[in-house]
Design a protein around this ligand. Structure first.
Ligand code: ADP
Ligand code: GLC
Length: 488
């Protein structure tokens, strides 16, 4: 099968969250299964061409947006054997950030930027003679691809038979923009109806994508169920339910080539579940680096997160000071995002020296250090489509403390105090109280039931969320998309 990925992020080139990890990994596993998979993404100015060996590939390439022809160049590089094509447009991608400026203000022309990326991805196929069996779109940014295929390319020799799969990594971001963008996007006003792109007078990229895609999935079975309800569907539940069996959940894989304490080149010492001495060394190094009191016997709770409401950090802010006041525990926190949260968590180390360490910013290395050096990993998410960090944590023997939602519920097994079974600590209520008591439960287990800790660490490190299994499920989803396309 030949698969075209079009996405706004792809690791290692450009990443703000798990979307990049998925787009960076899945095509490699598809290729290992004998499929052809290529990726099209923006050439953001933050991507260092020399570092990644980017070279000019094609262009100038003309891309029709409504009645306007835009021009771009295409560069290429290879990541783990996967050809990645970068759409270069000074007008759209030569910016400080991927989606917003340094003050967290979204770029006003985001609908144009990502509509353009999507059409450029399809145009590239035509220019280079790549005939995809499936176009795999990700999130609202490229959700127009299924619609473009059916509105514009239905009769095209290369794209006419291509089926589409839309993966929803996060339904809270839908791409809602003023209706006047319809012309530029070339979506035809006949599609501006409530059953397609129209949403309370605006264009909704994700909604149109859901309607037009031959198959839709999200990134865990539980989140697939949750998004079919009004509470977590963010208005999309009726359209997802209308897809019937063509809307499914496929759990993300975990890239153990990058996240494995046995081989990880980024962490201070390597370890296995049979010999955890390296983990103790990682903990010492983490405590030093985060300004925490070096103490092998004090549990460290790690956090690596985008600092946004979804992640429940405003709830943690309501109880973290009570936690450190009443429990002998330390925190190592890494994240960036909303200014108020950055400010709050950034100031805590000065107020709780030796107890709370934080780094506001983005650092792949520190993310690995925290996974390896912490005893627990906290994710109090309000919702979590899949979540990758808890899977990384399990492999690093760092027990997750999570809210039982979406993929967190699917991947963490509740601790059983009677037997020592389980891989982490789950709570249900989205509240500061629930975080406080569940952290207390984990910390008391650390001090009072060390044999259970050992048992859980072993069970956790043996969990297997390899990409191979997820990639097989994606192939089945592609096959169904192709069938649906033919049937329709
Ligand atoms: P989301 O995509 O919602 O942010 P995931 O858990 O799926 O959540 O993926 C988050 C990814 O981004 C992980 O690989 C995590 O390590 C990484 N990450 C998030 N924030 C940071 C940061 N400040 N520094 C380094 N890595 C980060
Ligand atoms: C989104 C979700 C996260 C998921 C990631 C990759 O950013 O918030 O839960 O793991 O996409 O699918």
């Amino acid at each position: 099968m030949d698969i075209l990925f079009i996405a706004a992020e792809c690791a290692p080139y450009a990443k703000t969250g798990g979307l990049a990890d998925v787009v960076g990994a899945l095509p490699q596993y598809l290729r290992a299964m004998g499929h052809e998979a290529i990726v099209v993404m923006p050439r953001y100015s933050s991507i260092n061409g020399d570092r990644y060996g980017l070279r000019w590939f094609h262009g100038p390439m003309g891309v029709w947006m409504g009645n306007t022809q835009e021009w771009c160049a295409v560069h290429t590089a290879s990541s783990g054997g996967v050809p990645v094509y970068f759409i270069e447009s000074q007008k759209y991608f030569d910016r400080w950030g991927l989606y917003h400026d340094a003050n967290f203000n979204d770029y006003q022309d985001n609908p144009r930027r990502f509509g353009f990326l999507t059409r450029a991805g399809l145009q590239l196929c035509k220019d280079i003679g790549f005939k995809p069996d499936v176009v795999h779109a990700h999130d609202w940014h490229t959700a127009l691809a299924p619609a473009y295929l059916k509105i514009w390319h239905w009769n095209d020799p290369l794209l006419g038979s291509a089926a589409s799969l839309l993966t929803i990594h996060n339904i809270a971001y839908q791409g809602r923009y003023p209706a006047y963008h319809m012309d530029y996007l070339g979506l035809q006003w006949g599609n501006f109806t409530p059953d397609k792109f129209e949403d309370h007078g605006a264009i909704n990229f994700l909604k149109g994508g859901i309607v037009y895609a031959d198959m839709v999935n999200t990134v865990s079975p539980t989140y697939a169920r949750e998004t079919r309800t009004p509470e977590l569907g963010y208005g999309m539940a009726p359209y997802l339910n209308a897809k019937g069996e063509n809307y499914i959940g496929i759990l993300n894989g975990c890239d153990y080539a990058l996240w494995n304490p046995q081989t990880d080149p980024l962490i201070p010492a390597r370890y296995t579940c049979d010999d955890l001495s390296g983990k103790a060394a990682c903990k010492r190094a983490l405590q030093q680096r985060f300004g925490l009191t070096v103490s092998p016997d004090t549990p460290v709770i790690g956090i690596v997160s985008r600092m946004v409401e979804q992640k429940g950090l405003h709830l943690l802010a309501q109880c973290i000071e009570d936690i450190v006041a009443n429990m002998r525990v330390q925190f190592a926190i890494l994240g960036s995002g909303e200014k108020a949260l950055e400010h709050y968590f950034g100031e805590l180390p000065a107020r709780y020296p030796g107890r709370i360490g934080s780094y506001i910013g983005y650092s792949d290395e520190l993310a690995h250090w925290i996974e390896a050096g912490s005893d627990f990993f906290l994710m109090p998410s309000l919702f979590e489509p899949c979540g990758l960090n808890q899977m990384y944590s399990l492999r690093y023997g760092t027990l997750p403390i999570v809210r039982a939602t979406g993929g967190l519920d699917d991947t963490v097994q509740q601790y059983d105090e009677a037997t020592g079974d389980g891989t982490g600590f789950k709570f249900y209520e989205a509240s500061a109280h629930a975080i406080y008591y569940t952290v207390g439960w984990a910390v008391s287990t650390y001090y009072d039931r060390p044999q259970h800790m050992q048992r859980m660490i072993h069970t956790a490190m043996a969990q297997d969320f390899s990409w191979e299994r997820s990639a097989e499920q994606y192939v089945r989803a592609y096959e169904r998309a192709i069938q649906n396309k033919r049937g329709g």
